[in-house]
Design a protein. Structure first.
Ligand SMILES: Nc1ncnc2c1ncn2[C@@H]1O[C@H](COP(=O)(O)OP(=O)(O)O)[C@@H](O)[C@H]1O
Ligand SMILES: [Mg+2]
Length: 325
């Protein structure tokens, strides 16, 4: 559990957009800006933050769906940030993703058999019968009956679609799966079943998860460690229990104060709701200093001038904030 599976250092993903007269100016959107993260074998690492904070982009960049703008990524000790071609293919099979919206993630014109077997067909040259058997096995793993093989996505419920998405992600025996808000499009009762399925699969196949969510209260129950993102940057990361017991970054504290209090201990740590004031800067035009400065109630002069340094504040607890440096 303490072995590193993946590590990123200074990982950035910028999107460039032409603007101005004749597109001569280029605007830079720093969707992910210098992310340092470690992912350990067998754990569930949660990525949490408001919509637009860069969670999906970070997940896609870590597993090389997106080409990183700069930085480093190690997967099982190999640096994979700029590998291409066959070498990238080799690593990509071990890193899969389950997408947020199961409807748009599945091709409406393909059967479940075609959808789940696509990764198998890209990587292996299996005879038809073997392919079908493997897909049946995958359907069973996600608790769907074998006669789903020839169904089309429109004939499935949202929860069933998400199960198909999970089966497709499992097809090549991955080591790491990025789960991008996998239950946010589902009813509460279905959510719990999908979460239970994911947990069983993680144990059975020794999977490692990066679990993306905007909802801290979901993450609390399912993740071992949590990294909090704000405007493209990770502001704090810690063991999930530690993060909930002693949140340090003013942003984490504000996020936590907004979720329902569960225990008396938590009530003591976060006595009252902290209301976030001020504007979120445009990601196209982030001011210098700390990205959170414009909304921070504990702001100091240095916060608007210098980027916050990384501070290690405890065992596996990191915070990017001038208050702790
Ligand atoms: N393909 C893209 N092209 C341009 N900008 C993008 C693209 N994907 C995301 N963004 C921008 O990057 C920022 C982070 O987006 P995203 O990673 O989707 O955040 P989250 O998943 O936390 O909601 C947002 O400002 C978003 O508009
Ligand atoms: Mg997202």
């Amino acid at each position: 559990m303490n072995q590193l599976l993946m590590k990123t250092e200074g990982l950035c993903k910028y999107f460039f957009r032409d603007s101005g007269l004749l597109g001569r100016e280029q605007k830079v959107l720093k969707a992910v800006d210098t992310a340092d993260l470690e992912v350990k074998h067998g754990e569930t690492l949660a990525l949490v933050g408001e919509s637009g904070s860069g969670k999906t982009t970070l997940g896609k960049t870590m597993i090389r769906i997106y080409k990183p703008t700069k930085g480093k990524i190690w997967f099982e000790g190999d640096e994979i940030c700029s590998v291409e071609g066959d070498r990238l293919r080799h690593y990509r099979r071990y890193m899969q993703m389950v997408f947020q919206d199961p409807t748009s993630a599945l091709n409406p014109r393909k059967t479940v058999l075609d959808i789940i077997s696509l990764p198998l067909r890209t990587y292996q040259n299996l005879p038809r019968t073997e392919l079908r058997e493997r897909v049946k096995e995958l359907l069973e793993m996600v608790e769907l009956p074998p006669d789903f093989l020839y169904r089309y996505p429109h004939a499935l419920s949202a929860g069933q679609k998400q199960r198909v998405g999970i089966a497709r992600a499992l097809a090549l025996n991955p080591k790491l799966i990025v789960l991008d808000e996998p239950t946010s499009a589902l009813d509460v009762s279905v959510q719990a079943k999908i979460l239970a399925l994911l947990e069983r699969l993680r144990r059975e196949f020794q999977l490692t998860y990066i679990y993306i969510s905007h909802d801290l209260s979901v993450v609390k129950n399912i993740s071992d460690r949590t990294a909090v993102m704000y405007l493209g940057q990770i502001v704090e990361s810690a063991l999930t229990d530690n993060l909930f017991e002693s949140p340090l970054h003013p942003y984490t504290r504000a996020l936590l104060s907004a979720i329902p209090i569960i225990s008396a201990e938590e009530q003591e740590v976060i006595p009252e709701e902290i209301t976030l004031v001020g504007e979120i800067p445009s990601p196209l035009d982030v001011p210098p200093g700390c990205n959170f400065a414009s909304r921070c109630q504990e702001k100091m002069p240095i916060c608007e001038a210098d980027e916050p340094p990384l501070a290690k504040v405890g065992n596996d607890h990191y915070v990017w904030c001038h208050r702790y440096s």
